[in-house]
Design a protein around this ligand. Structure first.
Ligand SMILES: [Fe+2]
Length: 221
């Protein structure tokens, strides 16, 4: 792509329409609203910690597009037709795929249809591919990972957990839900000071919610 002026608003509109169409029916917590929350978190973190907000905004919106609906994938509307893409697609369906890799590939196909410069597309796809990997080569990938992790804790996570339970685990008892979903795992790495502080606050709330719930279930309060 040449050096024409990049139309950010047009690209964002196209991306949002795309994720709304293909990601909105994922009611287990990786849907359109997760992408929007992570996007807001990433931009907030970027204001404090640096990084390129334009690439972060797009990478955050598309970081989980690999969790696309099966119906959309079956129609093969959104992945390319190379052998490698089909291999990843098949792995995705059998549950062994790397969702970040698939997200990066779908993002590339979509972004090629915008006037975003090639080097920005490469940068965005690398951020998406690395966002859940241990070795991240950019501040933006670290910030995206922090935003993603922040959406997995606190009151937000409690709400997401019950979204997931109502979609897939409707027979789950509250006691099991506590162990399976609600207790903080504490495993998420934090890459930035701002995220660290926010996460501590969110985890404190989540822990107090779990404690109160256990006390109520055990009739201790
Ligand atoms: Fe995510």
């Amino acid at each position: 792509m040449g050096s024409t002026v990049f139309n950010r608003d047009a690209a964002l509109e196209k991306i949002r329409k795309f994720i709304c169409l293909y990601q909105s029916d994922l009611s287990f917590g990786h849907g359109f609203d997760h992408a929007e929350r992570v996007c807001r978190l990433a931009l907030f973190l970027s204001e404090k910690e640096g990084g390129d907000p334009m690439v972060l905004e797009i990478a955050a919106l598309l970081h989980d597009i690999g969790y696309v609906s099966l119906a959309a994938l079956k129609r093969e509307l959104i992945i390319g037709d190379s052998g490698e893409e089909h291999r990843i697609f098949e792995n995705y369906l059998t549950g062994t795929a790397d969702h970040a890799e698939l997200s990066a590939r779908i993002a590339r196909n979509l972004l090629k249809e915008t006037d975003l410069p090639d080097e920005k597309i490469d940068q965005i796809c690398t951020i998406i591919r690395e966002h859940d990997k241990p070795n991240k080569t950019s501040l933006e990938a670290k910030i995206l990972n922090d935003g993603d992790a922040l959406d997995r804790c606190g009151a937000t996570w409690i709400a997401r957990a019950f979204q997931r339970i109502s979609a897939f685990d409707r027979r789950l008892s509250m006691g099991t839900a506590i162990d399976r979903y609600l207790k903080p795992s504490g495993k998420d790495p934090r890459h930035t000071k701002t995220a660290e502080e926010m996460m501590e606050k969110r985890l404190a709330y989540q822990n107090s919610f779990v404690k109160q719930l256990i006390e109520e279930l055990e009739l201790k309060s």
